[in-house]
Design a protein around this ligand. Sequence first.
Ligand code: SAH
Length: 210
Amino acid sequence: MRIRLLRDLEIVLEQLHDFSNSVERLEQYRTPGDVAATLLWDAYLRGDLDRPLIVDLGCGTGVLTFGSLLLKGNSAVCLDIDWRALEVARDNLREFRGAYDLVAAEVENLPLRPLGDRCVVVMNPPFGVKNRGADLRFLRRALSVCSTVYSIHKYSPESLKIISELASEMGFTLAVVAETTMTLKQRLRHHRKRVHRFEVFLIRLTKTTS
Ligand code: SAH
């Protein structure tokens, strides 16, 4: 299938399978098609998906890996701590068999040495709401492997500040690709509202110093 428009990509991504049983502690929710597509479209237009390896940390259902491979990507690593999530990813990614590896591991144990310009990270990590600091641990790991990183974060002025500081500490420049609203359907019984909306920012980090 050829994707010509951002809207086509949103629709395809929105149709992928969701988590069969979301684990709340792991902050599992599938990235909505519109948000995933906005991030990947930017990476695609900038030529970042031309790199030999795409790395998706906390890949869950594999939405970002799927979109990257569909648009351009040569090969991908899809890492998640939860093997049941990876079964959903494998199902979603079946048309790309041979182009990706599924890795069941804690993000700190990502089995990759620094690859610099030979890879790009596309990720929607846990927001660090249930598991404080998880978002920053993901970012640190991502920035230590690839020279360009795309990521999605829950917006607050403090979180943007903390992430900007981490980026410059690690020699990266941060650009905000988009600020948007994420809409998630609630599936856990104790949630009172049927949908949950909050602001997110989509960022691109690029290495500025060696
Ligand atoms: N990008 C995915 C999932 C986003 S939710 C999608 O769109 O479907 C965050 C994901 O991070 C979940 O799948 C969760 O299982 C994973 N995760 C949480 N903590 C982790 C850790 N310490 N190491 C690796 N993966 C983790």
